[in-house]
Design a protein around this ligand. Structure first.
Ligand code: HEC
Ligand code: HEC
Ligand code: HEC
Ligand code: HEC
Ligand code: HEC
Ligand code: HEC
Length: 375
């Protein structure tokens, strides 16, 4: 029974406490106080970039796809030489990975797997996304010449191109002999008829056919220069050197016109479909400035005709062999002036612009070759 009284007491106490809590309820709000003084304004933040305007100049799917489709048809992707990048002496120019490593560290490496150019070979990440956003480029620094000791090429956006599109060898690589020499070589197959007809074997050279092999001894006195390979020449893209006028057997005046010494300013016509990623110069654009004053096509035709005549003369003295797939140097011992004509011709043939890259220098090399060959 006692237990029950205690329970009643507990219930009573909880009831009293509950009533006390509800008795401390807040009263009605008082009248509003007077306004305080305003704080000072914070400084303005930097304006953000309007993404729709500045990014979509480039980053629309249509634009980027069109650029990719254009690039995909170019030799930078389709060419056969992209298989060559697994060798250390070719990797920096003939593989994407090799080029990226060269741009990063200056090291010329062999790529483990050699692949053609992609967007990120030539383009890097944006360094920043502030105003004035350009296509981010992988390499824009000055380019040290591989062939000409101490020479440096520095033409803005063209430096990317010049890193690869430069000579690998100068004429002095071949013309460096200080003693009279002889060299023995054998020829078989189609080569036999070619060397028997035109072989340039030097003043005391000998040639003998035994069974199906032609044995040749090239005699190379110091008045002569020996071509020691059918790949002799500056290599296939000496464009940066023609600009600098440093790759022939004599130097000349550099093409020195600020507004278009940069390869990409002529070869990457960003206003056209595919943003110029077929790397074909937009001649219509050239003509807007040049008009009738400089007929580029006409100048090229004149130079092409002179190159053809020099080529025929060089073939007749056994310096080169011209086949359907192009010009092939021959093993040869040639008098220095004639060998120089061969070299200067190869520089212009490999440049592939028919003189545009430096009309002045092209004419200088052609004149000298014509004199040496009696044309
Ligand atoms: C003038 C052309 C151009 C403009 C303008 C531009 N980009 Fe790019 N952007 C490129 C190119 C070229 C690449 C490299 C090609 C690729 O990665 O496909 C690239 C790459 C990128 C990448 C991948 C690489 C990286 O940097 O991380 C991002 C993200 C990017 N852009 C964002 C932007 C944004 C955001 C804007 C606007 C604020 C912008 N871009 C404006 C051309 C442009
Ligand atoms: C990584 C080295 C590399 C870079 C960078 C590079 N190229 Fe090339 N380019 C090549 C090679 C190699 C070929 C030939 C590919 C083949 O046919 O196998 C080539 C081919 C070309 C051709 C076609 C030539 C022909 O015979 O039809 C043009 C034009 C050209 N490049 C221009 C440029 C321009 C302009 C730039 C800079 C915007 C540039 N290249 C950057 C290596 C490069
Ligand atoms: C300094 C960069 C450079 C180096 C190093 C280099 N090449 Fe090239 N090579 C080029 C360029 C640029 C072209 C394309 C030139 C053009 O078409 O105007 C080319 C073109 C070629 C082509 C002709 C592609 C064609 O079908 O027309 C072959 C083959 C080739 N290179 C092989 C080699 C080999 C093999 C090596 C290494 C022993 C090598 N190259 C090293 C830059 C280089
Ligand atoms: C051989 C080098 C090379 C390769 C490969 C290359 N680009 Fe470019 N790209 C350039 C050069 C050079 C420019 C011109 C830069 C300039 O003039 O400021 C350029 C410009 C651009 C621009 C800006 C165009 C404009 O209107 O200003 C875009 C976008 C672009 N590239 C996207 C790409 C994409 C996407 C790929 C791959 C599908 C690619 N590029 C591959 C060299 C290259
Ligand atoms: C003044 C403008 C101009 C400049 C700068 C220029 N080129 Fe050219 N390039 C041309 C013209 C024009 C041709 C000839 C195209 C033709 O006849 O179809 C050409 C031809 C070429 C070719 C041969 C293309 C083919 O289809 O056979 C290559 C490769 C080349 N240039 C690369 C370069 C490189 C690399 C640079 C920078 C070192 C450069 N060019 C600078 C205008 C220029
Ligand atoms: C913005 C105007 C302009 C554009 C565009 C232009 N050029 Fe020029 N170019 C000039 C001027 C100015 C000269 C200097 C004329 C002189 O020295 O007689 C020049 C000089 C040259 C020369 C040297 C002529 C010589 O006798 O040595 C060549 C080659 C050339 N341009 C080719 C081209 C090609 C190819 C293109 C198009 C890819 C082009 N130019 C686009 C203005 C332009």
């Amino acid at each position: 029974m006692k237990k029950n009284y205690f329970s009643y007491l507990l219930i009573l106490m909880v009831f009293v406490l509950g009533t006390m809590v509800s008795c401390t309820k807040e009263g009605p709000a008082g009248p509003a106080g007077a306004d305080g003084t305003n704080g000072t304004n914070g400084s303005d933040g930097t304006d953000g970039v309007d993404g729709n305007v500045s990014c979509l100049v480039c980053h629309t799917a249509v634009n980027m796809d069109e650029i990719a489709a254009t690039l995909d048809t170019h030799k930078h992707v389709m060419g056969s030489s992209w298989a060559r990048g697994t060798s250390g002496s070719c990797g920096a120019c003939h593989s994407s990975d090799g080029f990226i490593e060269f741009a990063r560290s200056g090291e010329r490496i062999a790529a483990a797997v050699s692949t053609p150019l992609t967007c990120v070979t030539c383009h890097d990440n944006h360094g920043s996304l502030e105003d004035g956003i350009d296509a981010p480029m992988r390499y824009l620094g000055p380019v040290e010449s591989l062939a000409i000791e101490g020479a440096v090429y520095d033409h803005g956006g063209g430096n990317l191109c010049a890193t690869c599109h430069q000579a690998r060898r100068a004429s002095t690589y071949y013309d460096s002999q200080t003693e009279p020499m002889t060299y023995d070589r054998t020829f078989t197959g189609d080569d036999i008829a070619v060397y028997q007809a035109h072989g340039a074997i030097g003043p005391n050279g000998t040639m003998e056919l035994m069974n199906d092999t032609l044995f040749v001894t090239f005699d190379v006195p110091t008045t002569h220069v020996y071509t020691n390979s059918t790949h002799a020449g500056p290599h296939h893209g000496p464009q940066a050197n023609i600009f600098a006028a440093d790759i022939g057997t004599m130097t000349g005046s550099p093409f020195d016109r600020d507004h278009h010494t940069d390869c990409s300013s002529c070869h990457v016509a960003t206003e056209l479909a595919g943003a110029g990623h077929n790397f074909v110069p937009d001649i219509a654009h050239c003509n807007e400035c040049h008009g009738d004053a400089l007929n580029i096509g006409e100048e090229q035709e004149v130079i092409a005709a002179r190159l053809e005549a020099i080529g025929a003369a060089l073939e007749s003295i056994g310096a080169i062999h011209i086949a359907d797939d192009g010009v092939h140097p021959m093993y040869a011992s040639l008098e220095r002036a004639k060998w120089n004509a061969f070299w200067n011709y190869m520089c212009l043939i490999e440049d592939k612009s028919e003189g545009v890259h430096n009309f002045g220098y092209a004419n200088q090399l052609l004149n000298s070759a014509e004199t040496a060959l009696g044309l």
